[in-house]
Design a protein around this ligand. Structure first.
Ligand SMILES: [Zn+2]
Length: 80
């Protein structure tokens, strides 16, 4: 059981970082040219560069957590 929880938590964090590196919205500051995950920087609206516009870091965390739970259920039914 402990192995399952550890494994699914670990896989959830992998999903988290894959999503973060792929479809998460990325922006660049129009003032200081720094890449950012925020829609505002230096008191100015940033420019969208890649990823899905509304898919911010919060959604990445939600998706990562849900997938961890989903993977746990999957492993659980495969195991027992
Ligand atoms: Zn800036």
């Amino acid at each position: 059981m402990i192995i399952l929880i550890t494994l699914s938590g670990f896989m959830g964090s992998i999903v988290d970082s894959i999503l973060g590196a792929s479809i998460q919205a990325k922006f660049v500051c129009t003032k200081c040219d720094k890449p950012t995950e925020r829609v505002m920087h230096c008191d100015q609206a940033t420019q969208h560069t890649s990823g899905i516009l509304w898919f911010d870091n919060d959604w990445v965390n939600v998706a990562g957590t849900l997938s961890g739970g989903g993977i746990f259920l999957l492993l659980y039914y495969m195991w027992f």
